[in-house]
Structures are given as C-alpha cells and as structure tokens.
Design a protein around this ligand. Sequence first.
Ligand code: FES
Length: 107
Amino acid sequence: MPRLTFVEHDGTETTLEAATGDSVMETAVAGGLDGIVAECGGSMMCATCHCYVDDAWIERTGTRSESEDDMLESAVCEVRPTSRLSCQIVLTPELDGLVVHLPEAQV
Ligand code: FES
C-alpha cells in the first residue's frame, strides 16, 4: 500500500495509507483532509483538488495533460511548474512515499 504525505500550507503534515489505483485526491478525501475540496469528484471539471508535487517526486508522477493544464487556469492559488490536479495522479507502488503540498486555498 503506498503511503502518501500531504503538507498543508501551514506546514502541517499528514501521512495516509492509500490503495493502489486510487488517486491522490481520493486518498485525501477519504482521509478527511480539508485542503482538498474536489467539487467535481474527480472528473476534471474543477480545480479544487490542486496540489504541488514535491520537487523530489515530480519525475515520477508524470506531467500534466493539456486538459489538466486548461483546468488549472481556474485554480484559486498560483499555478507552478509542479502544480497538478490531484485527481489525475493515480497511485502505484512506485509512488510509495509521495509528498504533495497543498495550496493555501482551493475555493
Ligand atoms: Fe475536480 Fe480534480 S476533483 S478537477
């Protein structure tokens, strides 16, 4: 089971066990994290699951798609090169230990 650490804007860290095949967003919502809203439930119709992949992991999570890029234009907080929609990052055993940072706000 991959473990995943969320770092909130204030530096609070939460580590959750995730199921392989679940998304980062699904893991956050199941774990009750407030920093991920996920209004659309993962259908890439909002940007309220915005996260910043930790620099050390950016090579392994892959790059964002063109439609993900378009949707991120409506993100409330600054979009950075490491920005992703967390519903689009699917967890694999290789992502065990993944660290993502949460923006200050989602809505
Ligand atoms: Fe809406 Fe990810 S949950 S785009």
